[in-house]
Write a protein that binds this ligand. Sequence first.
Ligand SMILES: Cc1cc2nc3c(=O)[nH]c(=O)nc-3n(C[C@H](O)[C@H](O)[C@H](O)COP(=O)(O)OP(=O)(O)OC[C@H]3O[C@@H](n4cnc5c(N)ncnc54)[C@H](O)[C@@H]3O)c2cc1C
Length: 488
Amino acid sequence: MTAAALSTVLRKEICEIELVESDAIGIVGVGEATIPAIHDFNRKIGLDEQDFMRRTNATFKLGIEFVDWAKKGDAYMHPFGHYGFNINGVSFHHYWLDQNRRGNTAQLGEYCIPFVAGKAGRFALPLSDPNSVLSTYSYAFHFDASLYAQYLRHVAEQRGVTRTEGRIVDVALDGEGGFINSVRLENGQSIAGDLFIDCSGFRALLIGKALGVDYESWQHWLPCDRAVAVQSRNSDTLDPYTRATALKAGWQWRIPLQHRTGNGHVYSSQYMDDDEARTLLLENIEHEALAEPRVIRFTAGKRQRMWKKNCIAIGLSGGFLEPLESTSIYLIQAAIMKLIERFPDREFNAVDRDDYNAQIGNAFEQVRDFIILHYKATSRDDSEFWRYCRDMAVPDELDYKMRAFRESGRVVFSKRELFIEPNWISVLLGQHVIPKTTDLRVDCTPADKIKTQMARMQEVIRRAAASMPTHEETIARYCPADSTKIES
Ligand SMILES: Cc1cc2nc3c(=O)[nH]c(=O)nc-3n(C[C@H](O)[C@H](O)[C@H](O)COP(=O)(O)OP(=O)(O)OC[C@H]3O[C@@H](n4cnc5c(N)ncnc54)[C@H](O)[C@@H]3O)c2cc1C
């Protein structure tokens, strides 16, 4: 992603880019679910959506369904869309809460088109007409991460990036300043440069091993530290959403692609061993496994600094947050875009570097807090893991957000945050964080009038969703998997 994006904006005469990768090591290859922000990245590097989807076996994603999180038997969705319409300037969820207290049993999701369409297995591209309800949602993709990496490598090479295959075995620093001078490969080749971007994954070869930037662990808030992943055969139908099902000591993902389904069980090794985690995963997958499950270890957290000297960590070398809200690829994209804005010259001015570190650090913390909310807002007490999560202290900022919502139904967020009101509403209400009061202005409109308006909204949304083709029909017409994929 980094090489493809930099080669799109930096002409070769200005900046030569060299990508060093080791086929023997390979990529982690399990990041398959995205959020709508991926459109910006793909657009900026000039990908054609249909071409990209065909080459990566992609499907459409309208949100994430969370099963068994607040309590067993519960389910809600975090959809990529708005709930209802604001009435008299007041957010819709206040009216929904009020009606709910008056006995209206409709789920919040019934007022949100991606929820209704997703659950019905339907998908159509949103319309641009702001007067249509079909313009009130967005979408993302499930794709094969290895094919996406190959595709972008191809894009990068076409734009002048030199790719060198080989294993880095040593990093040479200049004696005085501690800047990186070059990396040395196993075959003895030395590659020098002005700026080094560490995309070496969990190994963090440059930022961690060579420059010694420490890793800040957030494991006390996010105790899951392993994942066991396996691919399986597909169902006959492809749900246009990711599913995240809470289990005894973590949770399981299910991501349907065109040719197979990605599954994984994220768990805490403190509360479950690898064998039990693997067994549970295999018991819960819906169809035959296509390979042996693979265990991946991690620690939730981030580097204390993403940028030190002439080295910038992007991707897993910079930090990792479990894929509960499909945010890792987004954090990579955010880092790349910020780097492009702050692209250094050989002076490496400290102001830009510090600003970069502060902003990317904040982006990680905001995503972290949103993920912690899923664990904290639970009444599950059926395992030690869940009792720990329910009782743990959370970061101050999240604590404030939860208290503010409980008091008044207000969502506190700044415009620069990735997750805004509808996102927080989905998870807070989905996990039964119920406000004591609603906006006073709700009482200014007669309850019967609100009831009628809400019934109308529900009907408009139901009809619009029913008018969409099925997810499979849209894929077959728009982006069927390409059998002539790029050779690696
Ligand atoms: C369990 C799990 C599930 C995930 N699910 C999602 C998801 O649903 N959505 C999402 O957005 N993200 C997800 N992610 C994150 C996503 O997979 C990664 O963020 C993404 O793949 C980027 O990884 P990376 O490039 O930083 O590291 P890697 O994929 O590990 O790539 C590291 C690269 O460095 C090279 N390398 C390493 N060492 C050397 C060396 N010594 N010499 C030369 N080359 C070297 C390797 O060859 C490779 O090319 C998930 C991650 C995990 C662990």
